[in-house]
Design a protein around this ligand. Structure first.
Ligand SMILES: [Zn+2]
Length: 327
C-alpha cells in the first residue's frame, strides 16, 4: 500500500473487509510509510480495533490475497461488478476512469467499495487512487455520482501514524530481531526446509501481533528441531523477549529447563544475563501474584490467538494448547 501511495504521489485510502471481524474497514497508507486502519471515513476518523487488529497496527496482511490483475490496487479477484442504485450513497476508491469521448461528456469510472466494483460516471475526472463519496443519480440509464467529495484523514490522525517504533506490539522485540528471524529462515532454507518454514510462520505471527503463536513456533524449533546450535542460541532471545514483553515470565523456567546444555552454552553474554534476570523475576512473580492471576493473564491472550491458530495451523492445535497448557 505504501509503495502504491508513493507511486501515486499521495496518500491512499482503500476500503476492505476486515479479515478478522468481517467489518468494513479503510486502510490508509502515506507515501512516507505511515499506515492506519479506520472504521469509518469522516467524523473523528475512528481507528479500527477488533480481536485481530490492534489500533496501533502498522500493517495489515490479507489472509487470502488473490487480487484481481485488472487493477493496480488490492481488489479481491472475486469482487462482483455492479451498478449502484439511484439515490444510494457510494464510498470507495477510484480504480480507473476513462476520459469522456466528447467535450462536456461524463467520465466513466470503476470504484471499489470494499466488496464490489461499481460502475459510475462523474462530471469531472482525475480521481484515480482517491477515496471519494457521492450520491447516485440515474441519468439516461447511467449511474452518475454527484456531490463528489474526496476523503482524507485530517493531518493529526495521519501524522500520528508516522512514528513506527517497532513493527510489532512488543516493545523490546526490535526490527533487527525480525530481520534476524528472516535471515535465519533464508540460511536454513537449503538444508532444513521445514524449520525454515516454521521460522517464517513465526515471523508472520509476530508481525501480525500473534505473539503466543510466534513464541510457540520459535520454542518448538528450540526444543525439537535438528538445527545448528548457533541458530538455536539466536532463537532464545526471541522467545525471551516475547515472553517478558507479555509478562509471561511464568512460562520461562519450564522452558529453560528443557533447553539443551549445548544451546545454553552457545548463548551470548547479553542473552544469558537477560535469561537469568527473567527467570528470577518469574520466581518472584509466582510468589507474589499467585498462579491464579498469572494463569488469567495467559488465558486471555490464549483465547484471542487460538482462533487464528486453528484457522492457519490446524494440525498443530493440540500441541499449541499443550504448550500453553490451556484447555
Ligand atoms: Zn476487524
Amino acid at each position: 500500500m505504501c509503495e502504491r501511495a508513493a507511486e501515486l504521489g499521495h496518500s491512499l485510502l482503500f476500503p476492505a473487509i476486515c479479515r478478522y471481524c468481517g467489518a468494513r474497514i479503510y486502510l490508509f497508507a502515506t507515501p512516507e510509510g505511515g499506515f492506519a486502519i479506520f472504521d469509518d471515513v469522516g467524523g473523528d476518523w475512528p481507528k479500527h480495533d477488533c480481536w485481530g487488529v490492534h489500533q496501533a497496527a502498522t500493517h495489515y496482511t490479507d489472509l487470502d490475497p488473490t487480487f484481481s490483475r485488472d487493477y493496480p490496487f488490492p481488489v479481491p479477484a472475486h469482487a462482483q461488478h455492479r451498478t449502484p442504485t439511484a439515490g444510494s450513497g457510494v464510498v470507495g476508491t477510484v480504480l480507473r476512469e476513462d476520459r469522456p469521448s466528447r467535450p462536456g461528456g461524463l467520465w466513466e469510472s470503476l470504484i471499489f467499495d470494499g466488496t464490489s466494483v461499481l460502475r459510475v460516471a462523474f462530471a469531472d475526472g482525475q480521481y484515480v487512487g482517491r477515496c471519494i463519496r457521492g450520491f447516485v443519480q440515474l441519468r439516461h440509464g447511467q449511474a452518475v455520482l454527484t456531490a463528489v467529495e474526496v476523503l482524507s484523514p485530517p493531518e493529526p490522525a495521519a501524522a500520528g501514524q508516522r512514528q513506527r517504533p517497532t513493527p510489532t506490539e512488543l516493545t523490546q522485540l526490535r526490527a533487527s530481531d525480525l530481520w534476524t528471524l528472516q535471515a535465519l529462515a533464508n540460511t536454513l532454507a537449503a538444508t532444513h526446509p521445514k524449520p525454515a518454514d516454521t521460522l517464517r510462520q513465526a515471523l508472520d505471527a509476530f508481525l501480525n501481533g500473534y505473539t503466543l503463536t510466534g513464541v510457540f513456533f520459535v520454542a518448538r524449533l528450540l526444543l525439537t528441531a535438528p538445527i545448528p546450535t548457533s541458530v538455536k542460541a539466536n532463537l532464545v532471545r526471541l522467545t525471551l523477549v516475547g515472553l517478558v514483553d507479555l509478562k509471561l515470565h511464568s512460562v520461562l523456567p519450564g522452558l529453560v529447563a528443557r533447553l539443551s546444555g549445548g544451546t545454553i552454552a552457545a548463548l551470548n553474554s547479553e542473552t544469558r544475563r537477560s535469561l537469568d534476570r527473567a527467570t528470577k523475576l518469574a520466581e518472584l512473580l509466582k510468589k507474589h501474584m499467585g498462579p491464579q492471576r498469572l494463569r488469567e493473564a495467559l488465558d486471555r491472550r490464549f483465547t484471542k490467538e487460538l482462533r487464528y491458530f486453528q484457522r492457519t495451523e490446524g494440525p498443530l492445535v493440540d500441541e499449541f494448547k499443550q504448550f500453553w497448557q490451556v484447555t
